[in-house]
Design a binder for this molecule. Structure first.
Ligand SMILES: [Zn+2]
Length: 223
């Protein structure tokens, strides 16, 4: 009998999750002028490792976004020993502008409370412990290590307050981990505000026609 070649499977590395690239709603345009097509994807009230905190009407996203949050919070919950994610606003049902946001328009932006802080407490308050910061670092690490088929991170940027970026830069310097933490540090994008939540922006699924990615990040840690 002739050998039939086995279909090639994507190899999943330890700590990697599977998320669907072509199911559900589709992101169109850019985060600051886009929309959502076939808007069928909304984050449920809760799941393993997360709770939805915003009004349901602001929790629509692209298929990849909703699938990704559910999968990554499940893995984080099983591996981190840290508090669940509090997920705030994503997008309106069909996308577009709303509330105070300039972005959040194409279903690829997600606001999440700093992990370990109830009720979206400020990450700059005096109550923050190194343990809380470690939980957030672990989550950023998990986010950035999830890849699209082009082998680049599915995460385009994680917007954090500039003081948070400086904290993690210093942490890496002190532990001599600037090289090991380079990819995560690179994706931490300092932006004023962002004291009560960080903002995760995903890259487009390769199957979303007409979805535009944000500008690529510079090389280096940005520390
Ligand atoms: Zn945001």
């Amino acid at each position: 009998m002739k050998d039939v070649p086995k279909p090639e499977k994507k190899k999943i590395k330890a700590g990697e999750i599977l998320f669907n690239l072509d199911r559900g709603a589709v992101a169109k345009g850019r985060p600051w002028d886009g929309r959502i097509e076939n808007s069928v994807s909304r984050l449920p009230d809760q799941g393993t490792g997360f709770q939805r905190k915003s009004e349901p009407k602001y929790n629509y996203g692209s298929g990849i976004t909703i699938d990704f949050i559910k999968s990554v919070s499940d893995l984080y919950n099983k591996t981190s020993g840290c508090a669940p994610l509090l997920v705030n606003q994503i997008s309106k049902e069909k996308g577009g502008r709303y509330g105070p946001h300039r972005s959040h328009q194409n279903g690829q932006d997600i606001d999440i409370g700093y992990i370990g802080l109830a009720d979206f407490g400020s990450v700059l308050s005096g109550k923050i412990t190194p343990e809380i910061m470690e939980c957030n670092w672990k989550f950023f690490n998990l986010l950035v290590s999830q890849k699209l088929p082009d082998d680049k991170s599915v995460v385009s940027k994680i917007f954090v307050n500039p003081k948070v970026k400086r904290y993690f830069c210093k942490r890496a310097q002190n532990k001599n981990e600037l090289e090991a933490g380079k990819e995560v540090l690179r994706h931490l994008y300092p932006w004023e505000g962002h004291t009560r939540h960080f903002h995760v922006r995903l890259r487009c699924s390769p199957n979303y026609e007409g979805c535009w990615n944000d500008r690529e990040l510079d090389e280096g840690t940005g520390c």
